[in-house]
Design a protein around this ligand. Structure first.
Ligand SMILES: [Zn+2]
Length: 204
């Protein structure tokens, strides 16, 4: 393999869920496409990156259409800004949003952490979260933990609970967890409206 192909493999290994073998297979597949296809692919990737930004409140990515720093969910007057649901990734937010059951705001943590992690603040946006919870101009009254029912999800919940412990007491914020109408191992990806309604009602 030549250097640039090796570099491509290395880059593809960074994609979520892609191991070195799959990365190699993908790299060969990609370089065999037509030159025009590759040009469109590369340009679209760059364009997508330029057309999105991080929401100043929930940190989700949203299309840069207006001058607003906030996404459409955080801007909406129909949403309860005092209720904040913590999710791991943008895609979890989208899945929950699709059910239409939830009417508060979100906060995208960006990932999960574990007790072995040396720099958990680089895996989970804990500083931004503390900033939101500490903002007395827009008080938050409830934090809903909606992480996946995996050991990573559980570890991350423990980490967050520890980190927000002080501020939660100071501000009188209630911390709840989604009731698991969701069976163990079922991630938010497959959640439907009934299950989400149930999980929201059953939160404790
Ligand atoms: Zn937002």
């Amino acid at each position: 393999m030549n250097d640039s192909l090796e570099k491509l493999v290395e880059l593809l290994t960074k994609l979520p869920g892609i191991g070195p073998r799959q990365a190699r297979r993908l790299a060969f597949w990609l370089v065999r496409r037509d030159r025009s296809w590759i040009e469109v692919f590369a340009a679209t990737l760059l364009e997508s990156r330029n057309d999105i930004q991080d929401c100043a409140f929930c940190r989700r990515l949203f299309p840069k259409k207006t001058a607003s720093e906030l996404c459409s969910i955080c801007m909406s007057e129909a949403r309860n800004p005092a209720q904040v649901m913590l999710v791991e990734r943008d895609v979890d937010l989208e899945n929950i949003e699709r059910t239409g059951s939830y009417t508060g705001r979100y906060f995208v943590l960006g990932g999960t952490t574990s007790p072995l992690e040396k720099e958990p603040e680089k895996k989970v946006r804990i500083r931004s979260l503390l900033h939101i919870l500490g903002n007395s101009a827009h008080p938050v009254t409830e934090v809903i933990l909606a992480l996946s029912a995996t050991s990573e999800g559980e570890d991350t919940i423990l980490y967050i609970e520890e980190q927000i412990k002080k501020i939660v007491v100071e501000r009188g914020i209630t911390v709840t967890t989604l009731g698991r109408g969701l069976s163990t191992g079922t991630e938010l990806e497959y959640v439907d409206k009934d299950t989400m309604d149930h999980a929201l009602k059953g939160r404790r």
